[in-house]
Design a protein around this ligand. Sequence first.
Ligand SMILES: Cc1cc2nc3c(=O)[nH]c(=O)nc-3n(C[C@H](O)[C@H](O)[C@H](O)COP(=O)(O)OP(=O)(O)OC[C@H]3O[C@@H](n4cnc5c(N)ncnc54)[C@H](O)[C@@H]3O)c2cc1C
Length: 355
Amino acid sequence: MLRVMSGKALTYHIIGGGIAGLAAAKFIKEKNIKNKVVLYEAAAKLGGRCFSFFDAGLDRTIDNATHVILGANKGVINLMNRPEFSGKAKFFENGTINGKFWNYKDFILLSVFNTKADEVAPSLIKKLAFKLFPFLPNRLKICYSKGDLTSKLIEPLSRYTDEIKLSHKLLDFTAENDKISLLTFNKSKVPIAPQDKIICALDAANYSRIFSGPKFEFNEIANIFYRTSTPLTLPEDSKFIATPQNTADWIFINDDIVAATISNSAALTEGDDELARKIWIEIRALNGLKPAFLPSYRVMRYKQATIKQDGKNNRLRPCSANTKFKNMKLAGDWTMKNWPCCLEAAIQSAKRAVK
Ligand SMILES: Cc1cc2nc3c(=O)[nH]c(=O)nc-3n(C[C@H](O)[C@H](O)[C@H](O)COP(=O)(O)OP(=O)(O)OC[C@H]3O[C@@H](n4cnc5c(N)ncnc54)[C@H](O)[C@@H]3O)c2cc1C
């Protein structure tokens, strides 16, 4: 429900239609329902790194990547339409299940920060511990996306915009007197009136390119989706399971779709087909089964899934939403120094930028 506050109505230009840009639209309307929100997105669809699509090969709607949301991620949960939690993480190792997450600290750091545990910046680890502490079961509960990122997050948020301009790629800008006065897109030039506001919700790479920002390093994430002939079961009937000894880090079940996630996956040497076969064998082995024929699958690899979350790259992140332009604020997962690059950070960054 929209909590509406009053104030002078303004026009906001949001650049980037990922979760940060879309969440910003909601927070802008909460400030004043009469504010006008125009959103510009380079792609032909909304969502950025978080969306669902119909995969014709699998004949199912899947997400671009299985997104894990913790009970502690209040910002995401508040925006989602009744998220369904599937319990706490269990770790499958040496043929048995272990629920003691503290034994898997390095593995958890890799999963959360998409960066090798020994490289993760200590300030990021501190922030994570602070957010989760006390380690109450509710904070550690896990909800994962099931082909519903668009229906539960993207579509509801897109309704807070007045105008969405898809396939509008920002190419350049003009600034006068510390303010941006013109945004140049591939399709049009948009003059910015003196009282208008801009929220720049671009990903780190595009922001750096257009606004001469810091040059980040990035880490990859790979996801593989299999369509099985009957719904698969995991040990102890778990809906999802961590497999720290395997190639895939996590396995998730969503009816007849089995999804595998591999963090920091750039070092993988296998091509898509070989990788899909290897992980399928691992999945079957979880139940002590021999490899059966390979079902239909889809491999999704994101080379720039998140910035590398080590000390060097964390230091390059901004300390606030401010930019050198008085009428432009920053949002996006990478803009929240010390936060893991995730949906929660994207939403919190949007809240900060609008505030
Ligand atoms: C494979 C993968 C797995 C992930 N797993 C998880 C997970 O389990 N849990 C979790 O919480 N998070 C996860 N994340 C991270 C999460 O998806 C991101 O943190 C979040 O989506 C970032 O949102 P954003 O709006 O900050 O950035 P983006 O989604 O990158 O949005 C930026 C937008 O700007 C647009 N844009 C770029 N250039 C221009 C331009 N020139 N003009 C106009 N528009 C432009 C882009 O097209 C994009 O839509 C994962 C990400 C990936 C890729």
